[in-house]
Design a protein around this ligand. Structure first.
Ligand SMILES: C[S@@+](CC[C@H](N)C(=O)[O-])C[C@H]1O[C@@H](n2cnc3c(N)ncnc32)[C@H](O)[C@@H]1O
Length: 251
C-alpha cells in the first residue's frame, strides 16, 4: 500500500506510488473525501430506483471499497431514517464492501460503525469466487440491487488488460440491477504508468497494448449497453476530479 497522490489517483506528486499498483492507497480519503462524490448523488436514490419496500432487503455492493469510508458514508447518505447499531437487521439496506487489500479491509472492519448492516471482506474481483453468490443466497436475493464501482476500472484495466476490464464489467452487470460507475479517464492511465516508470518500475504489464483507450467512459457504456443488457439511465455530473458518475440499469 502507498499514500495517495494529492489530487488524483494518477498525478505525479505522490510519495510512493510504486507500492500501490492496484490503487490501494492507505490514505485515499484524506485526498478524495466521500463528500466529493456523495454531493452529486441524491439521498433519495434508492427510493427513486424503486427500492423502498421495507419488507424486503435492499443489497448494495461496493467494489474495491478501500478502507470503507465511502461505503459507510454512502450507506448513511442513502438511509432516509437513521439506523442504530443493534436495531433489527432482517430487512432494510445491507451493504457488502470488498477489496483485494487485506490491510485496508481490516481497517474497514475495525472502524465499521454498523456491522449488522455493513460487512467488509477481502476479495479480488478478477478471481473466481463464490463469496458474492453466497452473500446473495444468505439474503435470498438473486442480484445486488445497486453495485458501486468507483475509481476501480483503471486499476483492473492496467493490471489485467482489455479483457480484464470487459470481464469486470460483464461480471458486475450479471450480478446487479443497477450499477453506479466512475471510470478514470485516459489521462489518469498515462500518469499512473509514467509515475511507475520514474520510480524505475516496469510499466504496468498491459499499458502499451491496450486497445481500449481514449474516451474510457464511452467504451464502458458501449460494452455495458451492447453486451451486458444494461442501459445508461443517469449521469450525475462530474466529480471534483472531473469524472462522470454513470448510473446503469438492467434492461
Ligand atoms: C482508487 S481506490 C478507490 C476506492 C473506492 N472505490 C472509492 O472510490 O472511494 C481503488 C481501490 O480498488 C481496489 N482494487 C483494485 N483492483 C481490485 C480488484 N481486482 N479486486 C478488488 N479490489 C480492487 C484497490 O485495492 C483500491 O482500494
Amino acid at each position: 500500500m502507498a499514500t495517495c497522490p494529492r489530487n488524483d489517483d494518477s498525478v505525479d506528486e505522490i510519495n510512493d506510488p510504486g507500492a500501490a499498483p492496484y490503487g490501494n492507497f492507505i490514505n485515499y480519503y484524506s485526498f478524495n473525501p466521500p463528500e466529493n462524490r456523495l454531493s452529486l448523488i441524491p439521498a433519495t436514490l434508492l427510493r427513486d430506483l424503486g427500492y423502498s419496500d421495507a419488507d424486503r432487503p435492499t443489497l448494495i455492493l461496493d467494489v474495491g471499497c478501500n478502507s470503507g469510508e465511502l461505503s459507510v458514508a454512502f450507506y448513511k447518505h442513502l438511509m432516509q431514517t437513521p439506523v442504530r447499531e443493534g436495531q433489527s437487521a432482517v430487512n432494510g439496506i445491507h451493504l457488502l464492501g470488498f477489496d483485494l487489500d487485506e490491510a485496508l479491509i481490516q481497517r474497514a472492519q475495525q472502524t465499521n460503525p454498523l456491522s449488522s448492516r455493513i460487512s467488509f471482506v477481502t476479495l479480488d474481483i478478477t478471481r473466481d469466487g463464490h463469496e458474492l453468490q453466497d452473500y446473495l443466497k444468505r439474503h435470498a436475493c438473486s442480484h445486488f440491487h445497486l453495485c458501486l464501482c468507483l475509481a476501480v476500472t483503471m486499476w483492473v484495466h492496467l493490471n489485467h488488460g482489455d479483457s480484464g476490464l470487459l470481464q469486470l464489467l460483464s461480471r458486475l452487470a450479471s450480478i446487479s440491477q443497477h450499477l453506479l460507475l466512475e471510470a478514470q479517464p485516459w489521462k489518469c492511465y498515462r500518469s499512473a504508468a509514467r509515475r511507475l516508470r520514474k520510480l524505475g518500475r516496469s510499466d504496468f504489464d498491459h499499458f502499451k497494448t491496450l486497445e481500449i483507450r481514449g474516451d474510457i467512459a464511452e467504451h464502458v457504456r458501449e460494452h455495458l449497453e451492447t453486451h451486458c443488457g444494461m442501459k445508461l439511465i443517469r449521469s450525475f455530473g462530474n466529480t471534483a476530479w472531473d469524472r462522470k458518475l454513470l448510473l446503469f440499469q438492467r434492461r
